[in-house]
Design a protein around this ligand. Structure first.
Ligand code: HEC
Ligand code: HEC
Ligand code: HEC
Ligand code: HEC
Ligand code: HEC
Ligand code: HEC
Ligand code: HEC
Ligand code: HEC
Ligand code: HEC
Ligand code: HEC
Length: 312
């Protein structure tokens, strides 16, 4: 990571994304116009950002950008500022003239951050066209407070995730607060980002597991099976065929108030509605209370290894 120190100032980088990416790739070989540890030491008398922005620079010592640019050992956060703000010499000579420093004013996209982050492996290659990237309304700085100090603010997020996401997605956040049958969020519970990747590509709203399954299975692995006699999951359906993701008025977060309604939405006794799987046998008289609660007999509703009728 040490070579990041020699990265050209960001002002040069933003001249073009392509050029920036190339420059970054080539930076180990490229001539090094930026400050180096040796240079910084030689110029010890020179003014530093921290002479005036004292608190900010102090806090920045714990920022992942300081750690990343400077590596372990050398920890003068002053040396990290230029990686984003460019050469600050003129700004300092003028006693802090705000017009002489790149200040990210009116960022309409995520260009400044992408010059480094677009090539990070993982979901970040979606930064340019995901629903959360690169527009005036939603860009890196809507969600990240870049000067925050870790670990106070994990991943430099501007607010705790639920609050952050809820500031725009009010309906979903309200659902978690208002519905009686729901995952507990915050305070030791889960958060929006357990199920969603904030940087996902458009049309991929849910964070899938490495096996390509819904995130539900990260925590409820026992519902996956594999079962000898599968039910819905594993044969074309998912957890969401029966459950609501953001909470429900129905026990067990089911999509229907009565379990029988849920089951009969697929196993209808009254054609024509299209049925999936077999219909319940005719002895199941659903008008009789005895047959209304299907899961008193079909207890293995998530799949069974012993009963094809999911009876145990
Ligand atoms: C001599 C004191 C001094 C030094 C040294 C200094 N600054 Fe500043 N800086 C200021 C003052 C004063 C302001 C203006 C504050 C205002 O107008 O609200 C400022 C403003 C800024 C701004 C905001 C500009 C804007 O448009 O709002 C940035 C970014 C900044 N400085 C970065 C740096 C960086 C990076 C360094 C080190 C390379 C640095 N400063 C060194 C005094 C200084
Ligand atoms: C990873 C990129 C990055 C690094 C490194 C960085 N900054 Fe910033 N800085 C920003 C961004 C982005 C903003 C605009 C924040 C906003 O508008 O939300 C900003 C804003 C500022 C401002 C004006 C607003 C404020 O918070 O007061 C000052 C002053 C400033 N930076 C100084 C510094 C100093 C000093 C350093 C080195 C210790 C530094 N920055 C390191 C990205 C960076
Ligand atoms: C000069 C290259 C560079 C620039 C410009 C830059 N970053 Fe970074 N950033 C890094 C590196 C390197 C790391 C540390 C390695 C990592 O965690 O990926 C990092 C770390 C981060 C992290 C924390 C990762 C974690 O796991 O805690 C966030 C969030 C982040 N950057 C966001 C931004 C945003 C937003 C901007 C634009 C204002 C930006 N960065 C600009 C290089 C850069
Ligand atoms: C909609 C809000 C949002 C936007 C927009 C956003 N982020 Fe994030 N970012 C988050 C949250 C929340 C996390 C923490 C995720 C977690 O805890 O799993 C995060 C984590 C990160 C991380 C560290 C974890 C990782 O995925 O590697 C980096 C680096 C990062 N963001 C960079 C960026 C950059 C660069 C941009 C702009 C292109 C950006 N983010 C835009 C919300 C956002
Ligand atoms: C600044 C506002 C803002 C914040 C904060 C925000 N979002 Fe979004 N989100 C949007 C916008 C705008 C869209 C795109 C809507 C569209 O195009 O239909 C979106 C889309 C989404 C989608 C649908 C994605 C798709 O591919 O269809 C999900 C899921 C989502 N956001 C989750 C989150 C989560 C989780 C967080 C917190 C980490 C979050 N959002 C924070 C504004 C925001
Ligand atoms: C238990 C996992 C889980 C949690 C926690 C969760 N979601 Fe979702 N979310 C999903 C699933 C699965 C979908 C897609 C299927 C659906 O609509 O139910 C979804 C869909 C969405 C969509 C709509 C995407 C679209 O294309 O219409 C948004 C927006 C969203 N979630 C935001 C949030 C926010 C904000 C939070 C936190 C307050 C949150 N989610 C918490 C699982 C979750
Ligand atoms: C991060 C772990 C995690 C993820 C991901 C997760 N759950 Fe849960 N789930 C829990 C925990 C813990 C409980 C116990 C209730 C609580 O404390 O929130 C629970 C409870 C439940 C319940 C019982 C609720 C009740 O009313 O008793 C259902 C049903 C459920 N989860 C379904 C799902 C579905 C469907 C998904 C995917 C959309 C999912 N879960 C994703 C952890 C998780
Ligand atoms: C065919 C409909 C259906 C599907 C598909 C389904 N469930 Fe369920 N689930 C139910 C019903 C019905 C109950 C309530 C059981 C009862 O009444 O005894 C339940 C209860 C639960 C519970 C709480 C009680 C317990 O057994 O722990 C969890 C957690 C749960 N489901 C998770 C999941 C997950 C995760 C998936 C996806 C892998 C999933 N479900 C798929 C119908 C379904
Ligand atoms: C989303 C549609 C759907 C829902 C809802 C549903 N099932 Fe099924 N069920 C199926 C399908 C499809 C099969 C065939 C096996 C497979 O492919 O999973 C099946 C198979 C069965 C079987 C095994 C006998 C057979 O036909 O092979 C029983 C018993 C059963 N379901 C009972 C229930 C009960 C009880 C409920 C309510 C808790 C329920 N089902 C909800 C779609 C559904
Ligand atoms: C009193 C216990 C009981 C209740 C309640 C019950 N079932 Fe059954 N169900 C059975 C038994 C026993 C079988 C196996 C019959 C056989 O093997 O001939 C069965 C078989 C089935 C089958 C498989 C038919 C086939 O072709 O193999 C389906 C589907 C089914 N039930 C759905 C339901 C639904 C939907 C409900 C709720 C409306 C329900 N059952 C309520 C006991 C029950």
């Amino acid at each position: 990571m040490k070579h990041r120190l020699a990265a050209p100032p960001v002002l040069a980088l933003v001249a073009g994304l392509v050029a920036a990416a190339a420059a970054l790739r080539a930076q180990t070989a490229a001539p090094t116009p930026g400050p180096t540890p040796a240079h910084a030491a030689a110029a010890a008398e020179a003014p530093k950002c921290g002479d005036c922005h004292t608190d900010l620079v102090k806090a920045f010592a714990a920022n992942p950008h300081t750690r990343a640019f400077l590596g372990k050992g050398t920890v003068d956060p002053n040396d990290a500022c230029g990686n984003c703000h460019g050469d600050g010499t003129k700004h300092m000579e003028a006693g802090g003239d705000a017009s002489l420093i790149h200040a990210f004013k009116g960022l309409s996209g995520s260009e400044d951050c992408l010059s480094c982050h677009q090539n990070t492996p993982g979901p970040h290659d979606s930064f340019q066209n995901g629903p959360h990237a690169n527009s005036a309304a939603v860009n890196c700085l809507t969600c990240h407070s870049i000067h925050n100090a870790a670990p106070k603010s994990e991943h430099l997020v501007a607010k705790p995730p639920v609050e952050l996401c809820g500031s725009c997605h009010r309906n979903e956040a309200a659902s978690f607060r208002a519905k009686p049958y729901v995952h507990r969020l915050d305070r030791g519970g889960m958060s929006c980002v357990d199920c969603h990747a904030p940087h996902a590509r458009r049309g991929e709203p849910v964070k899938m597991t490495v096996q390509g399954e819904l995130p539900c299975l990260d925590c409820h692995a026992e519902k996956r099976g594999p079962f000898v006699f599968q039910h819905v999951v594993g044969s074309g359906g998912t957890c969401l065929s029966c459950h609501e993701s953001h909470g429900s008025n129905n026990p067990n977060m089911l999509q229907w108030a009565q379990v029988s309604q849920l089951c009969l939405s697929c196993h209808s006794q009254t054609p024509p509605p299209k049925t999936y799987g077999s219909q319940p046998p005719s002895f199941h008289d659903v008008r009789s209370p005895r047959y209304r609660n299907c899961t008193t007999c079909h207890v293995a509703v998530h799949g069974s290894n012993v009963s094809p009728q999911l009876l145990k």
